[in-house]
Design a protein around this ligand. Sequence first.
Ligand code: T4K
Length: 402
Amino acid sequence: MKALVASDLAILGGPPAFDEPLHVGRPNIGDRRMFLGLIEDMLDRRWLTNNGPYVARFEAQVAEYLGVRHCIAMCNGTVALEIAIRALELKGEVIVPSFTFIATAHALQWQEITPVFCDIDPQTHTIDPDRVEELITPRTSGIIGVHLWGHPCAVRRLDEITRRRRLTLMYDASHAFGCRVGGIKVGNFGRAEVFSFHATKFMNCLEGGAVVTNDDALARKIRLMKNFGFSGYDNVVYIGTNGKMNEASAAMGLTNLASIDAFIAANRRNQHHYATGLAGLPGVRLMPCDPRETVNAQYVVAEIDARECPLGRDEVLAALHAENVLARRYFWPGCHRMEPYRSYFPHASLMLPRTEEVAGRVLVLPNGSSIGPDEIGIICAIVRSALGQADLVRGALTRKAA
Ligand code: T4K
């Protein structure tokens, strides 16, 4: 690809490289005809929600794919987290990473359980097992690990710590559908794991989520809880909520499950093109995508290290946005710097140096089945060109801000 010159870059006055915005989180969509056929049947049957046949089929297929005993489908990942937390009777304090989507922390605080933020391992961006034990107090009831970007947590270490300290372990596996640890699929670790099937996720149900577990009694309880606590007609045995997945969402889930291998192949191909296109740029590191452990490859995570890179992360972000490449700085600035947590724990950042560093470096780039090598070639050329003309780009940004 030819090098872009100064006048080509939108931030320096050229037209944007893409006419339409290129989003991070553009949905992976399987076979349209299959989806529309399922929707037609659903309308003919007039059964739209409340444990319909598509939800039952979706749950069975997910459980089989993951090799787990139970899948309880839900309306979204946040409600699935809330229900799993409640069913596991977590209380007091629960240790979680701050470097995650805000829903992980909110699902606790919503139930008046205090999230205690733990630092991360800067290599994997997941909770650092070496930092967990110093946060355990008499009020601690459990740990929620987050398999961020689909990179599994240190599951064996966390299992050992929680057994020894008699704590409950569960995972927010929202990013990790289809990912494995030593051949075992995520979904089989801790007492329960929670997936999000939001539109932006590797595997989407429009909106959706699920709790998966190998614990029969827990699965029974969660099933009741997601349906107001009803055990048959007219009989409520628990406090419950409405966490049910609807049939249209399950139809989307069934459609996308049928295309999962194609999604993985597209993501892997894209990761390879990004790795080639960004290779050798000073201070730009692409998080490696290890096919033995992380198979969904959904998130393309670049780290821009301001000590070596001619531009800072936010400057690269601005250059990309000017070209209509809507990269994201997920999960900046960390939950501990958002309300209500920053008011509750004003000094939390002192305990979270790795979280602070990583949150300041990460740039998530567009991926998924809707983009391919041509778009990625242009995205990489924009980054390369912006870094090659760093002074001009910085000057343009300063003028824009003035
Ligand atoms: N735990 C973790 C670790 C999570 O990452 C999440 C969700 C949860 C728990 C909670 O699960 P859910 O309750 O959501 O099932 C988005 C998603 O809404 C959220 O599901 C996701 N994490 C998070 C990482 O990303 P925002 O605030 O970034 O959404 P928004 O509207 O800015 O959209 C993201 C990008 O996707 C944009 O670039 C636009 C694009 N997009 C979005 C939608 C909905 C599309 O191209 N098409 C679409 O249909 O949170």
